[in-house]
Design a protein around this ligand. Structure first.
Ligand SMILES: [Zn+2]
Length: 126
């Protein structure tokens, strides 16, 4: 059982988030393992996952949700135009690629900040 650093509620083992206030809690893994795991998972989810999955994984819910909705919209545009509009396909693909690269870099940057904050303060930064 871990205590939430923000509101003081008890958070059951294995949970990543406080039920009462939503704050991310630190997992009790050996520290270097935790840092490496979270960084590689976040980047891997960003690479292979759908838009926003990496952000959702590291607890950036709003940004993750926006990216996810954007990805679904883009995929819908792509599928609706796949046989008829090569010009629309081209811009949807280009835009999708740019946002995909941006979100990987952003997750990488945020995860490094997350880990640094965690190492210094023993708590998640958001
Ligand atoms: Zn809490």
């Amino acid at each position: 059982m871990v205590q939430c650093k923000k509101c003081g509620e008890a958070v059951p083992d294995g949970k990543r988030r406080c039920d009462s206030c939503g704050k991310m809690v630190v997992l009790y893994l050996p520290e270097p393992l935790f840092l490496m795991t979270s960084l590689s998972f976040a980047v891997a989810y960003g690479l292979i996952g759908f838009f926003g999955i990496g952000h959702l994984y590291i607890g950036k819910d709003r940004k993750g949700a926006v990216l996810f909705v954007f990805g679904v919209a883009l995929l819908t545009i792509f599928l609706l135009n796949i046989s008829e509009r090569p010009d629309v396909l081209l811009w949807a693909t280009s835009l999708g690629f740019i946002v995909w690269v941006f979100s990987i870099l952003d997750v990488y940057r945020l995860t490094k900040r997350y880990n640094k904050h965690l190492a210094l303060n023993g708590a998640a930064p958001w």
